[in-house]
Write a protein that binds this ligand. Structure first.
Ligand code: ATP
Length: 464
């Protein structure tokens, strides 16, 4: 049966089963903030661990760093964020809803509005009587640009006390470029990877955890030789294609259906001034096709800017040719939260079990929050003790859950809803034949396995 998939079902399952709770709920909630519950935090951690394993551990040409959320304020001037990381907003005077001015115009008039001045945006909205999508009235405040970076103060003295919460993780990588070069064996081409929180004062957050004000990114800056010079230039086009293929491979690794993943090539005239090519990896979310990940060729923009603003040379000397150059950068970037949302939407399925609709999250084992559930059939006659021994053995290797409450059917259903690939049931026969029943989540097929062979069996089937 094809499930009718809407966001309401996903949001309610996430709350009900401990994946994602609305933030600060006991205080009446705090809009667009969330807490990842016991299963959501496991899922997040598994996604981040798999990413690190794939792109750092398994590559000889990538190293990782863990930079701060707070950087020197000049770094954000150099990166262009202080001057240019702006969106224009308007408020509906009728219903008080806030909108991005360019999005309003683009939707209503089907014209490009990014980058227009406040006056032009205001005029376009007024002259065309653009309506508020929420209440239908056309009565807006003038368009006003504001910076998307959250700022705070590091001390109470002077004008230079203003610091920013990073709106992307990438800049710390550029700031540490020279330190990494000087302290490791990396040679161009090489990458520096980082996972961490980023903050953006988004005008229109929403679609559950798709657009947040506090989110997490997994980014790599991959440094290459510029295409001019020695004749042994890296072909940036090839490196770009390789990373694009890697991003598609990643989507397969986390189990996303191929037909739901696509690419959006940014038109040349819409590229940021520092980018020569940008491709977004798109995913068909229940609310429509939207950006999941990004890939950009950022040239030498960042290193050159930081070099100029800091006065420090950020160049690379080829150990063989002695040639000196500022490396160019290919930047693949992944959102942790959007990964989480995509895998939950993709894994969500409904089928039938015992004449009832069964909700199941068909996660690939590598990211499933719980790999195995150990369930004693009854809470008596030594079954819990036997199950506990199995739990103690498996927990050394996997994230395992022990559950002895309620009917076995209900317990299976619960594990299906949190996406546990295997349930191990200890029943009365187990006492005689030293076997357990292993139930597979997707097919619901059951198999009797010798307890002493269980670990090997699971290791073969989970193949982590
Ligand atoms: P969008 O166009 O959706 O605003 P963006 O192009 O500004 O995104 P980037 O600056 O390229 O996004 O950020 C890299 C990645 O970080 C995105 O592909 C996405 O996965 C994630 N990301 C960006 N903004 C947010 C946000 N507000 N909430 C959650 N994830 C985000």
């Amino acid at each position: 049966m094809m499930p009718s998939m809407d966001m309401e079902k996903i949001v309610s399952l996430c709350k009900r089963r401990g994946f994602i709770y609305p933030g600060s709920e006991i205080y009446g909630g705090f809009a667009n903030t969330y807490t990842f519950g016991p299963y959501g935090s496991e899922l997040r951690k598994n996604i981040k661990d798999l990413w690190w394993k794939t792109f750092v551990q398994q590559r000889a040409d990538v190293v990782g760093i863990d930079g701060g959320i707070l950087l020197h304020p000049r770094a954000w001037e150099a990166s262009g964020h202080v001057a240019g990381f702006n969106d224009a907003m308007v408020d509906c005077k009728q219903c008080k809803a806030r909108h991005r001015a360019d999005h309003l115009i683009e939707k209503a008039l089907k014209i490009e509005a990014e980058g227009l001045t406040e006056a032009d945006l205001t005029k376009l909205i007024e002259e065309n009587k653009v309506k508020c999508p929420k209440c239908g009235v056309s009565n807006f405040t003038p368009a006003r640009y504001f910076n998307l970076m959250f700022s705070t103060e590091i001390s109470k003295t002077g004008d230079d006390s203003k610091v920013y919460l990073r709106p992307e993780t990438a800049q710390a990588i550029f700031l540490e470029f020279k330190n990494v070069l000087d302290t490791t064996r990396v040679r161009v081409p090489f990458g520096i990877a980082q996972i961490g929180k980023a903050f953006r004062n988004e005008i229109t957050p929403g679609n559950f955890i798709f657009r947040l004000i506090e989110f997490e990114q997994m980014e790599i800056e991959y440094f290459i030789r510029p295409a001019t010079g020695s004749g042994q230039a890296e072909q940036w086009q090839q490196v770009f294609e390789d990373w694009l293929a890697q991003q598609h491979r990643w989507c397969e690794l986390i189990g996303l259906k191929k037909e739901k993943v696509s690419e959006y090539e940014h038109p040349k005239e819409k590229l940021s001034h520092y980018s020569k090519r940008t491709v977004d990896i798109m995913y068909d979310f229940p609310f429509g096709r939207s950006e999941l990940y990004g890939l950009a060729y950022r040239t030498d923009f960042d290193l050159s800017q930081h070099s100029e603003f800091s006065g420090k040379e950020l160049a690379y000397r080829d150990p063989v040719t002695n040639e000196k150059f500022v490396p160019h950068v290919i930047e693949p970037t992944w959102g942790v939260d959007r990964s989480l949302l995509a895998v939950i939407c993709d894994a969500y399925d409904e089928d039938e079990a015992d004449g009832e609709t069964r909700v199941v999250l068909r996660f690939v084992p590598a990211i499933a929050p719980i790999k195995v559930a150990v369930l004693p059939l009854m809470k008596k006659d030594g079954l819990p003790e036997m199950a506990n021994t199995i739990f103690d053995q498996l927990k050394m290797k996997y994230r395992v859950e022990f559950d002895d409450g309620g009917s076995i059917g209900k317990r299976y259903r619960r594990q299906d809803e949190i996406g546990t690939p295997y349930c191990v049931t200890v029943d009365y026969e187990s006492k005689d034949d030293s076997k357990v029943t292993v139930r597979e989540r997707d097919s619901m097929k059951q198999e009797r396995i010798e307890i002493k062979e269980l670990e090997g069996w699971l290791s073969d089937h989970l193949s982590l």
